[in-house]
Design a protein around this ligand. Structure first.
Ligand code: TXA
Ligand code: MG
Length: 338
């Protein structure tokens, strides 16, 4: 692979996707050769490499500008393919049975002979594993027949990409291939649950907490009040991470009115005071639907940032259901940064 690849974009035609769909075959061949391939999952676009190829994993960290102490999620085609990687306790078994394939990541004890490159797990004795449900992601994993580590396909510190165009904007010339499968259906990253001792919610995400809690109790992460600096790569503490957070705009959360020159990220049918003077305005969901809001969140943030406004006023979003993860991402994007 060359140092500066020309990034190709191939569309995966809608309809029946199989491991022998041309775009899927190309993706699997590129991965097998150590290349970097962005592809859609049901949550956000991932940037994948062959998880067993340490050199490819190193290139992945470099392409994203991601600190190598931030571990990656290993994606596999089915639960059976996760078993050689990690130890499943009873809670993990129940969660995998209920929610895989789907938008949930489990952090488990890594097995001694786990084939995933040490660099991908940042030297930890745990590993994050996920079985995505998106037909393109699944077909690529089946065609390759190996685990694929894939962070969100954005430059480190950016919001996650929900379209192939977002990936291209961040990573053109840094990766070999983008499989364009249209906008991702959910638009928020997977929910991460650690199943080491008791199940702990590490990151709220596209699988609502209540769905999990119907099955088993969740302990709060000890640091849940102040999320760790590097989850989602958006630094919480100034200086926690080298500045890669490119958006110019600051976020002003829970805005009840819009000030002159601000852009507006609205939610719901109620008009907000001063909306007519907004530099640009988008609504996460006019009908106040949190599923629709989650799907629109990252693309609306990117679009409002591109308007050039210095501040984006964000209307309050309820915390129920997917609102927990939406508010989590908004808070991270609004956090002070270097
Ligand atoms: O929906 C998703 O999860 C997407 C798609 C592409 O699958 N992936 C994603 O990956 O969001 P990434 O790398 O952007 O976020 C994964 C998060 C990071 O915050 C990382 O620190 C955490 O998972 N993580 C990975 N391995 C971990 C481990 N062993 N223990 C704790 N956290 C871990
Ligand atoms: Mg990410």
């Amino acid at each position: 692979m060359t140092a500066q690849p020309a990034t190709q974009v191939i569309r995966a035609e809608q309809g029946a996707i199989t491991p022998s769909t041309p775009a899927v075959e190309r993706a699997a061949q590129t991965l097998a050769a150590g290349g970097l391939v962005a592809f859609p999952t049901e949550t956000v676009y991932g940037l994948g490499v062959d998880a067993t190829n340490a050199a490819a994993v190193a290139r992945l960290y470099d392409a994203k500008g991601r600190p190598s102490f931030n571990p990656l999620i290993a994606h596999v085609a089915e639960t059976a393919a996760a078993r050689p990687l990690a130890r499943f306790n009873q809670a993990a078994e129940r969660l995998a049975l209920a929610f895989w394939p789907g938008p949930m990541t489990l952090v488990l004890s890594k097995l001694a002979n786990c084939p995933v490159a040490e660099l991908a797990t940042a030297g930890l004795d745990t590993i994050a594993v996920r079985v995505p449900s998106h037909p393109i992601a699944r077909a690529i994993l089946i065609a390759l027949g190996r685990p694929v580590v894939a962070p969100s396909a954005n430059r480190s510190g950016h919001v996650s990409p929900t379209t192939a165009q977002h990936v291209l904007a961040d990573l053109r010339g840094r990766i070999e291939l983008i499989v364009d499968g249209g906008p991702t259906p959910m638009g928020l990253e997977s929910t991460i649950v650690a199943c080491l001792d008791r199940p702990v919610l590490l990151r709220p995400g596209a699988l609502p907490r209540a769905d999990i809690e119907r099955l088993l109790p969740l302990t709060e992460a000890p640091y849940s009040a102040a999320p760790p600096a590097h989850v989602d790569e958006i630094p919480i503490a100034p200086g926690a991470l080298a500045s890669h957070y490119a958006p110019q705009a600051r976020l002003r959360l829970n805005a009840r009115r819009v000030e002159a020159h601000e852009a507006l990220l609205a939610f719901g049918p109620m008009p907000v005071a001063g909306a007519e003077q907004a530099a640009a305005a988008l609504n996460l969901s006019l009908r106040g639907d949190l599923i629709e809001a989650a799907a629109n969140l990252f693309s609306h943030l990117r679009a409002l940032d591109a308007s050039g406004a210095a501040t984006i006023a964000v209307m309050p979003v309820p915390r129920a259901g997917l609102g927990e993860a939406i508010n989590d991402r908004l808070q991270r994007a609004a956090a002070p940064r270097p």
